[in-house]
Design a protein around this ligand. Sequence first.
Ligand code: ZN
Length: 340
Amino acid sequence: MADMKMVGMKMGVVQTALICSMLTLALTACKLHKIKAPMHGVSEQALPQDTVSGIDTPARPDDTDFSDVLQDYKDLNDRVIRLQAPLRLANAKLCPKTERDPGFIVHSLDDYPPHIRMMAQEFLGLPETGVFIRNVRRGSPAHAAQIQEGDQIIAINNKGIENRTAQDRFYKALARNAFNGGQTRIRLQSAQGQTYDTKLRAQTACNIPVSVVFSENMNGHTDGTGVFITSSLMKTVGDDVNLSLVLAHEMAHVIADHIQRVPSAELELEADRMALVLMQNAGLNIDRAIEFWRDASHPHDNLQNTANTHPSILARYENFREEQKRILHQLANGQDLSFR
Ligand SMILES: [Zn+2]
């Protein structure tokens, strides 16, 4: 990412929007669905649309640099990764699928679709081969090991990943067992070319990835395995605790496998209740999150009331308060929190 500041290419709105779409697709490496129904705060479609694919991208000024777009995208991604971390780590026992999380995210040129590979090479400084650190989460084992964004991974547990075959092996190992044991040995090379060795012990976390989608729609969304938050929603919800509630709500849909069921107001309320449990376990202030929800302006309240798959703001608020009472009761009795 170090090279991004030197980029001075100017792009038109349309071109930039197109690249945003491609970039989003590239970085999430997921099938994304168009998100409709503008809603506010904790709201989304429980189910993706089956037929539409494509992403609305926000208009940007004519003199937008591609580096600005990349930086914007990186900042938004870093924020959701940072906010989701305590939810993923504290709730591993409640998640059906867990992973061993070293606290870094990697990328390589192959992760980008062929038509934007040249741009990824130029703007992200990614060579033809090699696995590079894309994000280091603060407070994580990788952060403690002083791994830096932009560093190249040379070897994991003495197995080199110098070429494409080795790179594939690395990705499989990442998914399988590279971080399963006690300590994982990692050899890296810094952007300045210095090789260093480090060890880290990965943490167990819920396996629910989160991604940012560039869109003017304010929405959170899940495809049943991952969580997608639009850039517009993130910018509107400046408060971290409130955005954590949005993330927790989406994670709850994944945990409860709601994608298998017909969307309904009851599923939304259930996801809200589960979200409070996830938040309480993560040490977040659920009282503040609920208050924020009540006090926030809700321009789409009418729309919500007419949509039969979404409960009213008031029904949601009361549901939150009821669940909060139950949680406080469980805590007072010294019990581990469970879903209702
Ligand atoms: Zn929902």
